[in-house]
Design a protein around this ligand. Sequence first.
Ligand code: SF4
Ligand code: SF4
Length: 267
Amino acid sequence: MSRQTLAVWKFASCDGCQLSLLDCEDELLLLAERVEIANFVEASSAIVEMPTHPYDISIVEGSITTAHDAERIREVRRNSRVLITIGACATAGGIQALRNFADVEDFTAIVYASPDYISTLRTSTPISAHVPVDFELNGCPIDKRQLLEVIGAHLAGRRPRVRAHSVCVECKRRGTVCVMVAHGTPGLGPVTHAGCGAICPSYDRGCYGCYGPMETPNTEALSARMAQLGCEEIDLVRVYRTFNAGASAFQRASEAHEAHGVDGGGA
Ligand code: SF4
Ligand code: SF4
């Protein structure tokens, strides 16, 4: 049986999600029996060019922040049969989407000694804003078991078994006491996509939403509860503006609290 070809592409990102794939180690050897890793510059300089056929599976990390990358992702899409995006950068614009709420020139002026050399877009946007995407895998970084499930599912021609429920369900499954109920610790667990195994609450920390919004997040109810726990409007703006600030549910929530704070409705 011929192996399917796999390509991994990087856009604006920290490489942490690609490292999750390298971190698979033993599983990578098994995977290599089923797929030919044809293009993965983080792992190897050997690249298999595909002049006549598209890559069977392309995995994309990172967001679109330059005009050049906006063109490059279209080329990747043309050269890919299946395109999977991985991580908060690729699925929601990443931490760099904080520029979407400000003037990017203010940031470049502070960060770079010679900002005139910087050519960048005003926004950081997810891959799905530019090309059709076959599957989005959340996380910052992603979970390697979920990544293997997604790749394996596409190799087998079935739907990936990636649940869309909240981190709260994961806490219940592992028997972790709710930090919000028991200790009054604010957190985004009730509106955050599962996948991490509820790591932070297991260390008595609130979830800060690195897996992005779950399928049907009730941010209004959660915000009301966090306000009862002492969060002010500015805290609620900030809590939704981290790795997944550009995810629509978190963006709407942060903008609502920002407007409420400006209107004087907040504390
Ligand atoms: S989602 Fe997080 S870990 Fe993955 S590339 Fe972006 S910043 Fe890095
Ligand atoms: S912040 Fe939330 S989603 Fe991220 S690892 Fe912690 S518990 Fe999981």
